[in-house]
Write a protein of this length. Sequence first.
Length: 153
Amino acid sequence: MNYEKIIADLGFTLPPAPAPAGNYLPAVRSGKLVFLAGTLPLRDGAITHAGQVGRDLDVSAGYAAAQVCALNTIAALKAAAGSLDNLERLVLVNGFVNAVAGFADSPAVINGASDLFVKIFGDRGRHARAAVAVAGLPKNAAVEIQVVAELKE
């Protein structure tokens, strides 16, 4: 399957894999599983969606931020796996939404990542998930996602 063509056909561009911003690895492989570090909505080194959802941004902007995070995660996965064709499936997505106190729509925001994963990878993109609101994220990003993926043998 040519996942990069699907990404392009959806109107997106796969960015370069994000570089670590600290003393950690962007991905750690254990057996068939790859644990990917959290990704932010970064494009060309700048945060695309900053601030709190429910104050500075609405749910649709948060959804778009989650899509940018998903693309950065896919780039990191490609770097870790050597090729997106080596993906067996996405296993888990943890989504964090920088939101106002009492924000109840984190799932609708993280759907931006989940929906894009399924559009690109089909059933291989379906995953278990958590979507939680938090009081802040690095660089005042609106969203951060963390993914666990399974690779083929």
